[in-house]
Design a protein around this ligand. Structure first.
Ligand code: GRF
Length: 201
C-alpha cells in the first residue's frame, strides 16, 4: 500500500477534497494508495479537526518551536516518514501549506511532492495572487498543480484550471471561484499521478 501524506497550515479545504476523493473513489483498491496522515505546521489549523472527522490520523510539527528552517524541516521529515512502514511515503501533497521548504527537504522528496498554487503559473508565483491578477487587469485566472522543486512555485506543471475574472471581482470573490476549481483539480491530478504509478507497477 502506497502512503500519501498531506501537509496543511490552515482550513484544509483542499485536504478535505483529496481525502473525500480517496474514500469515494476507493484509491486503496484502484491505486493501492491511501491517505496515511495529515500533518500541520500550525497547532490551531482547522484542517486538523476536519481530517480527524474523516478518520485520518493527524500530527503537528509546530514551526514556531524550532530555531530555524533546517531544524523544522528535519523534524517535519521525521514525522512524515513515521507514517510509512518503509520510511518513505509515496507521495507528499502540500495543500494550503504555507512554509517555504529548504532545498535539502525538497531534495529528499523530489519526484514525489506536489503542490497547488492559486494562479495560472508561471504567472503570479508567491503570495496575494488574486489581488495581483485583478490589479494586472487579467480576464482569466486560476490554479496550478505542480511538482515541487527547490525554486518556489516553479516546478513542472501537472494540471491547471482557469476561471474568469469578472467585473467588480474582489480578491475574496475571485479566491472563492478559484478555490472551487482547486477542489476539483487537485483530486483529479493526484489520482492521475497515482494511476500512472499503479500502471508503472
Ligand atoms: C488556497 O488558496 C490554495 O490555493 C493555497 O492555500 C489556500 C488555502 O487552501 N495553496 P486550503 O483551504 O487550506 O486547502
Amino acid at each position: 500500500m502506497k502512503n500519501i501524506v498531506i501537509l496543511i497550515s490552515g482550513g484544509g479545504s483542499n485536504m478535505v477534497a483529496l481525502v473525500e476523493a480517496a474514500q469515494q473513489q476507493d484509491w486503496p483498491a484502484r491505486f493501492g494508495a491511501r491517505v496515511a496522515a495529515v500533518i500541520s505546521n500550525r497547532p490551531g489549523a482547522g484542517g486538523l479537526e476536519r481530517a480527524r472527522a474523516l478518520g485520518v490520523p493527524t500530527a503537528v510539527v509546530d514551526h514556531t518551536t524550532f530555531a530555524g528552517r533546517e531544524a523544522f524541516d528535519a523534524a517535519l521529515a521525521t514525522e512524515i516518514d513515521r507514517h510509512d512502514p518503509h520510511g518513505q511515503p509515496a507521495l507528499l501533497v502540500l495543500a494550503g501549506f504555507m512554509r517555504i521548504l529548504t532545498p535539502g527537504f525538497v531534495q529528499r522528496y523530489e519526484g514525489r511532492m506536489v503542490n497547488i498554487h492559486p494562479s495560472l503559473l508561471p504567472a503570479f508565483p508567491g503570495l496575494h495572487t488574486h489581488q495581483r491578477a485583478i490589479d494586472a487587469g487579467c480576464t482569466v485566472h486560476g490554479a496550478t498543480v505542480h511538482r515541487v522543486t527547490a525554486e518556489l512555485d516553479h516546478g513542472p506543471i501537472l494540471a491547471q484550471a482557469a476561471v474568469p475574472v469578472l467585473p467588480g471581482d474582489t480578491a475574496d470573490t475571485l479566491a472563492q471561484r478559484v478555490l472551487a476549481q482547486e477542489h476539483r483539480l487537485y483530486p483529479k491530478a493526484v489520482a492521475q499521478l497515482l494511476a500512472q504509478r499503479a500502471g508503472a507497477g
